[in-house]
Design a protein around this ligand. Structure first.
Ligand SMILES: [Cu+2]
Length: 172
């Protein structure tokens, strides 16, 4: 049964990686639609390569009361000889979550784009930082406050999952 679940997760990751996201949306925009989020399955296992990942920094950005979404930032260092690919995120405080990259439109406004995969190069770092990317927690079940610690599970294309506990901080 466990083997079957892993196979399904791997299959889902492979499909996700093959179809880059095209959905665009802004935080809090009413009526926005997005593809079904990845990463809602329970954690299964963690490969040696994923266990070796180092969390250089990470935090959950505190949101104003009533916010429906939270942004999570992480910097992950990969000491291994093979690239790793982050394909999903989840948290017990959120009903759904997704990977997003950020950019600017022609008018200079910030835009967000759902990402199906974020690569962590061999011997390098993935920087999910303000202005570049974020992990977006949606459908919040509660509103974490500054000083709280929030578990966030990261899922990788090799079928691994790794949970990190991140503090809630006000954005610098
Ligand atoms: Cu977002």
């Amino acid at each position: 049964m466990k083997r079957l679940l892993l196979t399904l997760l791997l299959g889902a990751a492979a499909v996700s990686a093959a179809t880059p996201g095209t959905a665009q949306a802004a935080h809090g925009m009413p009526g926005m639609t997005m593809p079904a989020p990845s990463g809602s399955a329970p954690a299964t296992r963690s490969s040696a390569a994923v266990q070796a990942l180092r969390l250089v920094q990470g935090w959950v950005a505190a949101a104003p009361p009533g916010a429906e979404e939270l942004s999570v930032y992480v910097v992950l260092a990969n000491p291994g000889k093979a690239a790793l690919t982050l394909v999903g995120v989840s948290s017990p405080v959120a009903g759904s979550a997704m990977l997003m990259t950020t950019g600017k439109d022609v008018a200079g406004r910030e835009t967000m784009q759902m990402a199906m995969a974020l690569k962590i190069p061999a011997g390098g770092q993935l920087k999910v930082l303000p202005g570049q990317a974020h992990l977006m927690l949606r459908n919040l079940k509660r509103q974490p406050q500054p000083g709280d610690n929030v578990p966030v599970t990261l899922r990788f294309s090799d079928g691994s999952a790794r949970t990190v506990t991140l503090p809630v901080r006000r954005l610098p």
